[in-house]
Design a protein around this ligand. Structure first.
Ligand SMILES: [Zn+2]
Length: 373
């Protein structure tokens, strides 16, 4: 392995992905996790620390700023150094909670991992200066943490990436922190590094991921759907503007044809997720010129069509059938879950998402119910 780049956590990149729920993204830097900061009215939970005390100190300072006096908790998704080996900095400031399997990993595997990671190169070794294997304050089998008006579930998954993996679920926001159980754009993470780590289980991992996918769908269950009337003539332009600003895409790249008065019945947050996903894909594959992504609204016999069409190369015929399968992706940085989840969300709203093979670029169509006047 070549010398890794410095695994620095960049708190300045933090993004709010749901109300009072921030992620400090890894920016595709190896050995940097996606760190979560989840707030309730009473307390704030930090998920993962980054590697070493300097990273963790930054994360702690950031969390304190977010918390504004609320009580702090820390949990880690698994014992690996880039996720947990900064926890000592939180001592006395936050209650550090982990599941039993992970506590055992920390105690038995931690010291070996510390030594192994110090051998990865100078930059990583420097990050681990002064680091000791952390000791949790609270150990549980499964835990529901009440942050005040928001409960978070800390759920061990069983052996997968490590023996003691857990996921962190925020049901009200439909968010799941998976640690390294789902990872993209990183070096291969099937860790079998004897003598320190021989706990990975491929079969276990696949089963865990299978369950997680259905869990994510559960988070967006039908009975949680708050379908409402959405007037697309006003909603769509605002949505596209919001997307362009958030994703730093010049708004001239979008051509919006939505002049007519059409309203649909849809959960607003779901429609937003679906279209966000489609626009992201379209922008990634379209050329950079103006109007390279078209968003067109049609009304046909009480059926509303929302079309997203780009001028890229389209989806190869041999891939079209698998396009909506979980984990299918042609993009090294994609999870392959986006289109699958988008289709499921549409189905939950009694709408249909499909790929239409009628132009040179990619054409996705959402067919939904027109709202009654
Ligand atoms: Zn890991």
């Amino acid at each position: 392995m070549t010398e890794p780049t410095d695994p620095a956590v960049r708190v300045s990149g933090a993004r709010e992905i749901a109300p009072d729920l921030l992620v400090i993204p890894n920016d595709h830097v190896d050995l940097v996790p996606n760190i979560g900061v989840v707030g309730g009215t009473e307390a704030v939970l930090v998920v993962d620390t980054g590697i070493g005390t300097a990273n963790a100190a930054q994360v702690l300072a950031f969390a304190r700023e977010v918390a504004k006096g609320r009580r702090l908790y820390l949990t880690t998704t698994h014992f690996h150094p880039e996720h947990a080996f900064g926890a000592q900095v939180f001592a006395g400031e936050a209650t550090y909670l982990v599941n039993r399997g992970q506590a055992e990993d920390l105690a038995t595997r931690g010291p070996g991992y510390l030594e192994m990671f110090r051998g990865l190169g100078e930059t990583v070794a420097r990050r681990l200066d002064g680091v000791s294997v952390p000791t949790p304050d609270v150990i549980y089998d499964e835990h529901t943490l009440d942050l005040g008006g928001r409960t978070v579930r800390l759920r061990p998954t069983g052996r997968g990436h490590t023996a003691g993996d857990q996921v962190v679920e925020v049901p009200d926001a439909g968010v799941l922190f998976t640690g390294d159980l789902a990872e993209t754009g990183q070096f291969a993470i099937f860790p079998w590094f004897p003598p320190h780590d021989t706990d990975v289980s491929g079969v276990g991992w696949l089963a865990v991921v299978d369950r997680l996918v259905s869990d994510v769908m559960q988070l967006n269950r039908r009975d949680r759907i708050a379908a409402e009337r959405i007037d697309l003539k006003t909603w769509l332009p605002a949505f596209v503007e919001d997307f362009a600003a958030n994703e730093s895409v010049p708004s001239q790249r979008f051509a919006l044809d939505a002049a007519r008065e059409v309203a649909v019945e849809f959960d607003k947050e779901h429609l937003r997720q679906v279209l966000w996903n489609l626009l992201r894909n379209a922008v990634r594959h379209a050329s950079s010129e103006a109007s390279s992504v078209r968003i067109e609204l049609r009304l046909l016999a009480r059926q509303v069509e929302l079309n997203v069409i780009d001028n890229g190369r389209g989806v190869a015929p041999e891939h079209q059938a698998q396009l909506f399968e979980p984990f299918f992706t042609t993009d090294s940085k994609g999870t392959g879950l986006g289109l699958y989840l988008a289709r499921e969300l549409c189905a939950a709203n009694r709408a249909r998402l499909e790929y239409v093979n009628d132009v040179q670029g990619a054409h996705f169509r959402v067919l939904c119910r027109e709202a009654r006047a």
